[in-house]
Write a protein that binds this ligand. Structure first.
Ligand code: DQA
Length: 155
């Protein structure tokens, strides 16, 4: 049976989720994601193939997205970290590769009124949607949205 292949892509300072400022970003780590997707999506989880990549550099993230395009992946759950707010280059890449992307944030960036720059996203315009504010559950919700999107297109 064909699987829905989703890349979970993390940008700078997201290599230690669960340890970095847990009061803002939560205490669950990326290692928990497979289990959480299984718990949340049940049988459907068996039809989803997750791959993971994290990099601190913008170029490495673009290279990985281009690889995803060559591999014809079905979706990207992308937390670009601080690049969300600054990187036209990553937004440009998402726009041309055309892989359905869900922008992910652990924190609710729109509620971070003390730092207005964090409320803006350059990525959002190239994404099919945004999930923010649910800690690691944001990734589960993004995977679920990409799965539903894939099902709609492949049934
Ligand atoms: C983040 C929010 C960004 O503003 C920040 O730079 C991050 C993490 C989040 O997941 O809440 O690195 O993307």
């Amino acid at each position: 049976m064909t699987k829905c292949r989703i890349l979970v892509l993390n940008g700078p300072n997201l290599g230690h989720i669960g340890k970095r400022q847990p009061e803002i970003y939560g205490s669950r780590g990326m290692d928990d994601l497979g289990l959480m997707v299984g718990e949340s999506l049940g049988e459907a989880a068996g039809r989803i193939e997750l791959s993971f990549f994290q990099a601190n550099g913008e170029g490495q993230l673009i290279d990985r997205l281009e690889q995803a395009w060559r591999d014809k992946l079905d979706g990207v759950a992308f937390n670009a970290g601080a690049f969300t707010h600054t990187s036209l280059a990553l937004a440009d890449c998402l726009a041309w590769i055309g892989i359905p992307c869900v922008e992910v944030h652990l924190s609710n960036i729109f509620a971070r009124t003390d730092q207005p720059l964090r409320q803006q996203s350059l990525m959002g315009r190239s994404a099919i949607g945004v999930v923010a504010g649910f800690g690691m559950m944001s990734y589960v919700l993004a995977v679920s949205a990409l799965w539903q999107h894939w099902l709609t297109k492949n049934s």
